[in-house]
Ligand binder design. Structure first.
Ligand code: HAM
Length: 464
């Protein structure tokens, strides 16, 4: 006898009762991270220092798009660099344009300088920026695929004092945040003087070809200076015997370099001459430099910042011939991590707290909440800072928040106050309360706040 299989029709109700598969929680993508509120205290300090130094040294803020025509970076940074060959986030848009996420800021600033005819403004144009950059590199400690830079670019002046001042800005930036730094410096000469050096370098490394990795053999063919940048230990060893660019510098580059060093000596910024410092971007000429934390091992992924002169870049991107430029940028992720490290060493982790606010506006019941909401907007229009927790109905929960914000007074508006046209002001320390005509609440709060500033000792007076 065959068994009759009765297929049950699945109803909508059955579907509802079926256990639902929970969607898995998504994570940020590799090499990208969140900067959480608890870390913003460090980031704010760094951002503030960036703006403060920009003002002191006469740099004006500029913001450029994070996505640009890929050609800008290929032409600017150099085709045969790691940044372009391996690390560029590049894609085609729906409209068929070839675009890339910016791997650095200088090329975009130069593009903006040319595009907006800044050449016709007083020279030099001193521009600064702060924002995320993107490089598809192998993530590791201190190396991210989205990272932040502050940069200072000075376009339209070739005086070596500009090079020195950029180093001074970076040095001050780090020192004033309490970060010890070392400056490494070198001169790459001009494109012409470098061509001779390039030949000497090729000749030297050809004799060592057997010791080179496949990648380095390619570098030798395409861009031999990049070999000096190689992280391969074999190259580090070979480098010690390699010809030095200093021996190939033209007279003018030599003199300019000496002047940069003299200005640094004058201001007391110590530096180390590094004959093999070439930097990972192709646009540099003459002065190049990098900032390091002294205890770090000396590979470029630990650099806190770097920069140099790029006199050939502006014409290369379509600008007027002989428009010089120089700049520097600092890696903020690495700087923030240094600040955190120092706090840990001093056993003084910075606590993250909600911003203090002297006045808190509490409400009870739906009518109280509505009245409090409009009152909050009136306070704001009057420029009186005030805190609230409108989503909380419970007065205890609201008072806890008032305490967390260090409020000195809490205004309470409930059903009764709405009907009477009053508000209750509670002194949070004394625990006393007074009832005030709601129309006078803003002026009354203003008086209380003014009395706070009157109580503060005049500036310069110290407690004995
Ligand atoms: P850069 O040396 O490529 O120079 O980058 C400057 C700094 O950005 C580095 O010293 C480092 O602190 C930080 N940095 C670079 N890559 C990463 C990464 N993957 N993760 C975390 N931090 C990173 C430039 O970008 C040039 N535009 C500097 C310049 C400005 N030259 C002239 N003007």
């Amino acid at each position: 006898m065959t068994k009759k299989v009765v297929k049950k029709k699945i109803t909508e109700k059955d579907e509802e009762e079926k256990p639902k598969k929970m969607p898995s929680a998504l994570q940020s993508i590799r090499g990208m991270r969140d900067i959480l509120p608890m870390d913003q205290v460090y980031w704010n300090q760094v951002r503030q220092k960036a703006g403060e130094l920009a003002d002191t040294y006469g740099y004006e803020r500029i913001d450029t798009p994070m996505i640009e025509d890929t050609n800008l970076f290929v032409r600017g940074v150099g085709k045969a660099t790691d940044i372009i060959e391996k690390e560029l986030y590049t894609f085609e848009t729906k409209g068929g344009e070839q675009v890339s996420l910016r791997p650095e800021g200088t090329a975009s600033i130069v593009r903006a300088y040319i595009q907006h005819g800044m050449l016709n403004l007083p020279q030099p144009q001193k521009l600064w920026y702060l924002g995320p950059m993107f490089r598809y590199d192998r993530p590791q400690s201190g190396r991210y695929r989205q990272f932040y830079q502050v940069g200072y670019e000075c376009i339209g002046d070739d005086d070596p004092v500009i090079d020195a001042q950029l180093i001074i800005v970076g040095w001050n930036f780090l020192r004033e945040l309490g970060i010890e730094a070392e400056v490494k410096i070198n001169s790459l000469g001009t494109v012409d003087s470098r061509a001779n050096y390039r030949e000497a370098l090729i000749a030297y490394f050809r004799t060592k070809r057997a010791k080179l990795s496949d990648d380095d053999k390619k570098r030798l063919l395409k861009n031999p200076l990049r070999l000096l940048d190689s992280k391969d230990p074999a190259i580090q060893e070979l480098k010690a015997e390699a010809p030095q660019i200093a021996d190939w510098l033209d007279e003018d580059s030599k003199n300019r370099f000496m002047r940069v060093l003299e200005y640094l000596d004058e201001v007391g910024v110590p530096y180390q001459f590094d004959p093999y410092l070439v930097r990972g971007l192709d646009y540099y000429e003459r002065t190049v430099f990098e900032f390091y934390a002294p205890d770090e091992d000396e590979t470029s992924q630990n650099a806190l910042g770097g920069g140099g002169r790029y006199d050939a870049l502006i014409p290369m991107l379509g600008g007027r011939e002989e428009t010089p430029g120089a700049g520097m940028s600092l890696g903020l992720d690495r700087i923030v991590s240094k600040l955190k490290e120092q706090d840990r060493k001093d056993d003084q982790p910075r606590t993250h707290e909600l911003k203090s606010c002297d006045v808190f506006l509490a409400q009870l019941g739906e009518r109280g909440r509505k009245r409090a909401m409009s009152l909050f907007e009136e306070f704001r229009k009057e420029g009186v800072p005030i805190a609230e927790a409108f989503s909380k109905g419970n007065i205890k929960a609201q008072m806890e928040i008032a305490n967390r914000r260090n409020a000195k007074w809490a205004i309470v508006i409930g059903q009764k106050e709405v009907l009477d046209g009053t508000a209750l002001i509670r002194d949070m320390d004394a625990g006393t309360q007074e009832i005030i005509d709601v129309k006078k609440i803003i002026s009354s709060v203003k008086k209380k706040l003014a009395s706070l500033t009157e109580q503060e000792p005049p500036k310069g007076e110290t407690e004995s």
